[in-house]
Design a binder for this molecule. Sequence first.
Ligand code: PEP
Length: 263
Amino acid sequence: LVSRENHPARSVVRVAGVPIGPGTMTLIAGPCAVETPRQTLAAARMAQQAGASLLRGGAYKPRTSPYAFQGLGEDGLRILADVRETTGMPVVTEVVSAHDVSLVTEYADMLQVGTRNMQNFALLQAVGDCGKPVMLKRGMNATIEEWLMAAEYIAQRGNLDIVLCERGIRTFETATRNTLDVSAVPVAQGLTHLPVIIDPSHSGGQRELVLPLSRAAMAADADGLIIDVHPTPEEALCDGPQALVADDLAELGRAVREFPPLL
Ligand code: PEP
């Protein structure tokens, strides 16, 4: 269902009317985790000013350590919905369990499946039934073939509004959090009609790498970028070192606007 063999034209996925697909460089930005109404609104304003058309923010956080901040749950979803009301930005948010899919679907415009859940088949089937677009991150240890098969689980349930997100894979390199596999963009775009975007924040894990990795994503003709931002990263409850502040994000927004189309 997701193969380009049977569907040669590349697809455009619309998230509350915002297109992601060939010819777009859709900017999605927002806080890694929803912490407070004020922090989320400030991050959304930063995102909007830089040209982002979708707001990201995690209410359910899949943390490596069980002692780390796990997210605000439904309170976080309510904050995201309020910020959408104020800013008009549609919301992309992660769901970590099949049990939460119906609740998250009530609030989200797009549901995100994170790297750690790429092969959580019950979750994939549940988001396949949810009726909203899905962003499927590549498992940090998954091949492109496995990633596409995970997308197939969603598509099999009748949901073809799937955006793939390359977010870095595990390699022997320790200088970055994960290694951004830029080649995944043209390889996946050759194999599937689904849009492919890049997350330079979670792959590099460092603020300084976000702009260069975003430029690499643009040069590889990715269909969009998803970026962590925070008004005060030093106070962030999750992934502060990779969050952009307003000036960095404005520079990234300019780079996106000025990047010459490849056609
Ligand atoms: C995220 O985008 O908030 C996230 C946790 O990303 P990943 O699943 O890529 O680690």
